[in-house]
Design a protein around this ligand. Sequence first.
Ligand code: NI
Length: 170
Amino acid sequence: MAKRPIVLAPDPVLKQTCQPVETIDDDVRLCLEEMLETMYAAPGIGLSAPQIADGRRLIVCDVAREGEPAAPYQMINPEIVWRSDEKVLAEEGCLSIPDQYGEVSRFREIRVEYLDPDGAKQEVAADGLFSACIQHEIDHLDGVLFIDYLTPLKRNMILRKMKKLKRQQA
Ligand code: NI
């Protein structure tokens, strides 16, 4: 297992629509393990496949607080099957957009269906940070970043900073 490099925005890889996984095999399971390892090392609370330049509908997350036992989720083809009417505004960041934050409105509660690494169908109810995290990661699978919800002014400011960061790292 290996930690994978995280793709930084702006990058066309982060704007693609990811493809559903047809067959859950060792390659998919390895990818999910590497995603978790990459997320924990960052450290972060969620990661999607496009962030490691993989075009499959895979996300991982763990919103356990420090001192709490780890609560990793590995989701294949996740789909939101129910949304609360109520939305909440909260600050978000993204491992592909380091050190930049913005307020995003998300459904307070959701229910998500997905396949686990054994291919079993699962459904989970999420609220609070867990709910926002899953919505953020599923957005990634459709090429949507949290900065896409900000005003053009704020988004462009963040993108300028990211381009500068990428030039410095090149
Ligand atoms: Ni993100």
